[in-house]
Design a binder for this molecule. Structure first.
Ligand code: ZN
Length: 284
């Protein structure tokens, strides 16, 4: 299944995209795609609801805004330097253990809402990433059990302010957390939709020029390992997002570096997870 949320920011409603590409309004039956939804077998209920209602449920209006396909999660956990070519372009060693950082959940936004370069930023950068959405509570789980805890996958642009991330001391979180820095979607593809999450092409263009063109086959730390690893340090809740890292081709890696400016257009996509488009505006 492909889950979407549509409507005005903060008032999104539940929908689904069917295999024939019709978009059904599921809001009569489902309140939100949030922790409670995933916790209470929401995906199974949604599947049964589609079966029973696909002929009669209302369609989502053409042109409706899409929000993040999941409601604000308890955590957005990011993995740093998880592609060797990106570690190299960043001038850093490929890590021997996963680099883990948080991204503020208030950074979450819809896939096509646009990027707002924050006040005072001079080094706002892009990062196309495969996001994993947790489907059930995970505490100290093994790698072999990890994939049972995945609800599905989602496209994420892990926007990053490099000066705030790397030149201001302390942790990376400062450079990762501004409003609009986490466009998610357009849809959450349930795990059964993605035959092999470790063989997905990821790409990103700025002003129609390809910057990133990678494949999740090159992840240093694979998804089951990451879920198991993280679950030893913290409880993963249903709806939580793990963003698995970005391949080479971010602005920081160019010589000289390239950063986003007012008027730029960023487009990105992952096989099976759709595409995003962000118009860039600089806050003044
Ligand atoms: Zn990232």
């Amino acid at each position: 299944m492909k889950l979407i949320r549509f409507g005005q920011p903060g008032h999104e409603q539940c929908g689904v995209i069917l295999t024939d590409n019709r978009r059904l309004d599921a809001s009569a039956a489902f309140q939100n795609y949030d922790e409670a939804f995933f916790e209470n077998n929401g995906l199974r209920h949604l599947s049964a609801w589609i079966e029973a209602n696909q002929a009669t449920a209302p369609l989502i209006p053409e042109g409706a805004r899409l929000g993040s396909p999941i409601a604000r999660p308890s955590k957005i956990i990011c993995i740093g330097l998880n592609y060797r070519d990106h570690a190299e372009e960043s001038g850093m060693q490929a890590p021997s253990e996963p680099v883990v950082f948080f991204k503020s959940t208030t950074a979450l936004t819809g896939p096509n809402d646009g990027l707002k370069i924050p006040h005072g930023s001079e080094k706002t950068d892009w990062e196309v990433e495969l996001g994993v959405v947790i489907g059930k509570t995970a505490r100290r789980i093994s790698e072999s059990d990890a994939m049972d805890h995945v609800a599905g996958y989602v496209l994420h642009n892990d926007y990053s302010e490099r000066a705030w991330q790397l030149e201001r001391g302390g942790q990376w979180v400062k450079g990762k957390s501004a409003d609009t820095f986490a466009p998610l979607g357009p849809w959450l593809a349930t795990a059964d939709e993605i035959a092999d999450p470790h063989n997905l092409r990821l790409w990103l263009k700025v002003n129609d020029v390809t910057k990133q063109n990678g494949n999740s086959s090159n992840l240093i730390f694979k998804i089951p390992y990451l879920i198991s690893y993280l679950s030893n340090f913290m409880t993963l809740l249903p709806g939580d997002v793990i963003s698995t890292g970005t391949p080479a081709g971010v602005g920081l890696g160019f010589k000289p570096p390239q950063y986003l400016k007012d008027g730029d257009v960023v487009e990105l996509g992952i096989d099976g997870l759709g595409t995003q488009r962000q118009n860039v505006r600089a806050l003044k």
